[in-house]
Design a protein around this ligand. Structure first.
Ligand SMILES: [Zn+2]
Ligand SMILES: [Zn+2]
Length: 132
């Protein structure tokens, strides 16, 4: 029949998907999403913490973190953006919240732990501290 769906090659599918996604998003959200798309263009699709690699298929699980936690700070060179998977992003914000709350003792070694970062390592620490 005439309305038979076109054969799906990856190229057509992602293109189609892009359009659907773009359509589904409101103007405001599209604007918010601007930095994410820019960051995904500038940086590799790899989580900056756990090193997980992403493809178009699961790219929605890769989020863009603002290194200084200021969402209004969006330099075009991407220096304030970091691609993080959902888990590491969540973890990063949890650490930030802890820091703001004054639990800075645990986060002092932040820079030295980045190479071996484990998204669940923090969890053990938190459980030890009786914090869920
Ligand atoms: Zn990660
Ligand atoms: Zn963030």
């Amino acid at each position: 029949m005439a309305n038979k769906q076109s054969k799906s090659s990856n190229k057509i599918d992602t293109d189609k998907l892009d359009k659907i996604v773009a359509k589904a998003r409101g103007e405001a959200e599209k604007r918010l999403d601007g930095y994410r798309e820019q960051s995904l263009r500038l940086h590799t699709w790899i989580c900056g913490r756990c090193g997980r690699e992403f493809t178009r298929g699961n790219l929605h699980e890769l989020t863009v973190h603002h290194k200084d936690h200021n969402h209004d700070n969006n330099p075009a060179d991407g220096s304030n953006w970091e691609n993080l998977c959902l888990y590491c992003h969540d973890n990063e914000h949890q650490r930030y919240v802890d820091k703001v709350r004054g639990f800075d003792g645990l986060t002092k070694e932040k820079t030295s732990t980045s190479a071996t970062f484990n998204p669940f390592a923090d969890l053990a620490d938190k459980m030890k501290n009786g914090k869920s």
